[in-house]
Design a protein around this ligand. Sequence first.
Ligand code: NI
Length: 200
Amino acid sequence: MKRVATLIILLGVATIVGIGGRIAWDHFQEPESIGSPVAGALIGGPFELVDHTGKTVTQDDFKGKFMLIYFGYTYCPDVCPTELQDMTAALDALGDKADRIQPIFITVDPQRDTPELMAEYVANFYPGMIGLTGTEEQIAAAAKAYRIYYAKVAEDENDPYYLMDHSSIIYLMDEGGKLAAYFNSKMSPEDMAKAIADRL
Ligand code: NI
């Protein structure tokens, strides 16, 4: 009888741990549209990258402005262009308020995304959007600071048309470089604009 009771307790604990883990995993996979301040403490930090004009920039170059940051790559077939279009639509909806925000696209594919290519690419989206690339190390450090996962998907190492697997999250950082909100692809540009306006 004692054994059965122990087994039931163990099963109960296993279930709770399992559910907890599942919730944590779902959270990691699908962040809520607007992040909590708790998560904010872990996101962001110093970076040194190269902008689409070839100039080295750090987070200090954007001090005093909100940053709307998205990590992706120019060869991305669908997700990145959609997210950057949504970002652009949200900024358009904000009108003059958007002047306080610097939209930034950071590549996770520095091997192909040269400053020249980034310049061509960001020109398709919001005027004033900055494209950032850098060395493999610089990109790895920035992605780590922003908790962005990315990996090359290539069966053949020499295939020039490889894809990149990557997290898809839009971060709003405040004037001091702290996370103010984050958005996933489920959020409409209208709702994103409202959420951003609330935080300006
Ligand atoms: Ni993408």
